[in-house]
Ligand binder design. Structure first.
Ligand code: HEC
Ligand code: HEC
Length: 224
């Protein structure tokens, strides 16, 4: 019975998404103000932190961000630390729309171009500011080559060629490995639904720990 309700809510949510925000005009000032709250955990540019205790949220697809915020709000996806921040009173639909637009547009760099301090116009301050927007996932343990092969066969069709996401499906490369592992557990426990077209067939259930470890190793070097 519980499952039926859950599925209904999810499909209602999906139907509702494209029309929910129709007519809302993006308000970047409001978005920046909201981001100050998010920054408390996810960092100033949404790059996340504490080795993935807080995931990267910058540059994820807008519809994906909206959907996750609604799932948190409806307690369909567990996230205790965020509960008070996503309550309906705290975060009306217009705010969800604004912060999702804002974050989806943040581009993080993985490295800085070589510095030429003698070049005319070199600006040390600007460079320092740029450096704050860097995010590089540390190399994760595992067999990169094997992982790349499994990824290409099993994940690429949805998560994109280099793990960088595709359409509304989020990127896995450029995301903290520890966070990804935590989501694997959530999928396997049924706390999150991976593929709404086949909610009872968890995509990751037949992979061994080694296979997932190798996939994550491959993903962790895609941003090198
Ligand atoms: C008190 C800390 C905290 C604050 C403040 C916070 N978050 Fe989070 N957020 C988390 C944690 C922890 C997770 C990871 C939950 C998990 O492991 O599933 C998360 C996950 C997310 C995710 C899911 C990312 C993904 O890849 O699926 C999104 C989106 C998100 N937060 C957006 C926001 C936004 C927008 C704000 C500001 C309105 C915000 N968060 C404020 C702690 C916080
Ligand atoms: C049929 C398409 C599909 C395939 C194949 C697929 N995924 Fe996904 N994956 C998704 C979608 C869609 C989401 C976002 C789910 C949501 O909306 O909450 C997702 C989310 C994830 C997440 C959570 C990301 C986050 O930011 O929270 C992880 C981890 C993940 N997938 C791993 C994998 C791995 C590893 C493979 C290959 C073994 C894989 N997926 C194959 C569609 C797919």
């Amino acid at each position: 019975m519980k499952k039926t309700i859950h599925l209904l809510t999810l499909s209602a949510l999906t139907l509702y998404l494209p029309t929910a925000f129709a007519g809302h005009e993006y308000d970047p000032d409001n978005a920046e103000e909201i981001n100050e709250v998010c920054a408390g955990c996810h960092n100033e540019f949404g790059q996340g932190g504490k080795q993935g205790k807080y995931p990267r949220i910058a540059g994820l697809p807008k519809n994906y961000l909206q959907k996750q915020l609604l799932l948190f709000q409806d307690r369909e996806r567990p996230n205790m630390p965020m509960v008070e921040h996503v309550e309906k009173r705290q975060m009306p639909l217009a705010d969800i729309e604004d912060i999702s637009t804002y974050l989806s547009q943040v581009e993080l760099k993985t490295k800085l171009p070589p510095a030429d301090e003698k070049a005319p116009g070199f600006n040390a301050y600007a460079r320092l500011e740029e450096a704050k927007k860097l995010m590089q996932v540390p190399r994760a343990e595992g067999d990169i080559e094997k992982g790349g092969k499994i990824y290409g066969r099993e994940c690429r069709s949805c998560h994109g060629k280099k793990g960088m996401g595709k359409g509304d499906t989020p990127q896995l490369a450029g995301q903290y490995t520890q966070y990804l592992w935590r989501q694997v557990k959530r999928f396997l426990k049924g706390e999150r639904i991976h593929d709404e077209d086949a909610p009872d067939e968890e995509l990751l259930k037949d992979f061994s720990k080694e296979e997932l470890r190798d996939i994550f190793a491959w993903l962790s070097v895609q941003d090198d």
